[in-house]
Design a protein around this ligand. Structure first.
Ligand SMILES: *Cc1c(COP(=O)(O)O)cnc(C)c1O
Length: 383
């Protein structure tokens, strides 16, 4: 079994030790990969501030490393705020990026010094005006990209161009600072043109507000959506950076105070190796089923609909043959890959380990507490 070369060499040694000491499943996170991804993002988007979307992986060690590297943070709840405040991040490096917030949480963010809030509705905007007076607000624009994103995010969030304009006018009346526009083109977005389309729409908003309402936006938030390395390849990061930066030229007439990117997946996914063990191999109606001790409910939720296809490594190097891969629970949703079966070693057997690559994002944070008695996914850090 050969780990990809972007891991530091000691990660392999740590894995070897842990497989004897710990029971599976567990996740190993190589912080040097997170650091590499952070630098790549900074270099690719020089004028932008990186706001890490903490939900992708809220491990303290990741937050701490990103604080040291100078990252800012996109937060969705009071608990995420508490997590980053432990590392003494200045509140000017934080944003409340969830459009669905409790009043008490808005107030808590405000008390902790956060002055940057997203919104996409009048009700939420009025709450912000009341509990976080005079703050900067940006408006989440609904954009289309769900067809080409592996994990779409557009269904629940965002409002129309016309609503952004109305909300910006209302924000000003309420004493807030209407600051800019955000969007999320969908996670693991394969079509780079979706950013360009979103930016063209955003430019219309900037122009209308400036020309018709004397409101000058100062901020652009390009969201997440940048890719990690899964089975199905994407364009190279450099191509993403080049095309998105080119689309930003649309705004050359504006003096922006801030451009924000909010990476989650692209920052942390590649850093993870999830180790699982084969519980059972069985034959059901002439198909080979491989059941592992990790599944949809203890780390692999993003395999629902076979959306995310993680590369898998094995110790055995025998010939491979197709198999259906499923998890350990008594729930028939707990099947990772059935329609696009994976090729696994022909002699794969009980006790054999599987190494799931690119599992640093949306695995630990999505795993259930104790469904069927299976514990949440534990993790170990290599720094
Ligand atoms: C989840 C989320 C992100 C991160 O998206 P990725 O595709 O994982 O990079 C960024 N911004 C917001 C508002 C989010 O909800």
């Amino acid at each position: 079994m050969q780990l990809p070369s972007y891991f530091q060499s000691k990660t392999k040694d740590v894995l070897k030790t842990l497989i004897h000491e710990k029971s599976t499943p567990f996740l190993v996170l190589d912080l040097s990969v997170v650091e590499h991804q952070y630098q790549e993002l900074k270099n690719g988007f020089k004028p932008a501030d990186v706001y890490y979307a903490v939900k992708a992986n809220p491990a303290d060690e990741i937050i701490e490393r990103l604080v040291q590297l100078g990252s800012s943070f996109d937060l969705a709840s009071a608990n995420e705020l508490k997590k980053v405040l432990k590392f003494n991040v200045e509140p000017s490096r934080l944003s409340f990026g969830n459009t669905i917030k409790k009043r008490a949480d808005i107030q808590y963010f405000y008390e902790q010094g956060v002055r940057l809030f997203v919104t996409d509705s009048e009700a939420d905007l009025r709450n912000i005006a009341q509990y976080a007076p005079h703050s900067k607000v940006f408006f989440r624009l609904a954009v289309d990209g769900s067809e080409t994103a592996d994990w779409p995010l557009t269904k629940k969030f965002g409002c129309s161009t016309a609503s952004v304009i109305e909300l910006a006018i209302l924000a000003k009346e309420l004493g807030l600072t209407p600051y800019g526009v955000s969007f999320h083109v969908g996670s693991q977005q394969r079509n780079i043109a979706t950013w360009e389309h979103a930016l063209i729409e955003t430019k219309t908003i900037f122009d209308t507000l400036k020309n018709e309402h004397q409101i000058i936006f100062k901020m652009l938030n390009l969201g997440g959506g940048l890719p990690a390395k899964y089975v199905q390849e994407t364009e190279k990061f450099a191509t993403y950076a080049m095309q998105i930066n080119k689309a930003l030229m649309l705004f050359s007439d504006y003096t922006l105070d801030q451009i924000i990117i909010e990476p989650g997946r692209s920052l942390v996914a590649n850093s993870g190796v999830l180790v699982s063990e084969t519980i059972l191999v069985s034959s059901r109606e002439d198909q080979r089923w491989v059941y592992t001790d990790v599944g949809v409910f203890n780390g692999l939720i993003e395999t629902i609909g076979e959306c995310t296809q993680y590369p898998i490594l094995f110790e055995k190097s025998s010939k491979t043959a197709p198999a259906i891969l499923a998890g350990p629970t008594c729930d028939s949703m707990d099947i990772m890959y059935q329609h696009q079966p994976y090729h696994l070693p022909e002699d794969l057997d009980t006790g054999d380990r599987l190494y799931w690559l690119s599992t640093g994002a949306y695995t630990t944070s999505y795993s259930s507490i104790e469904f069927n008695g299976f514990l949440p996914l534990s993790y170990h850090v290599v720094d």
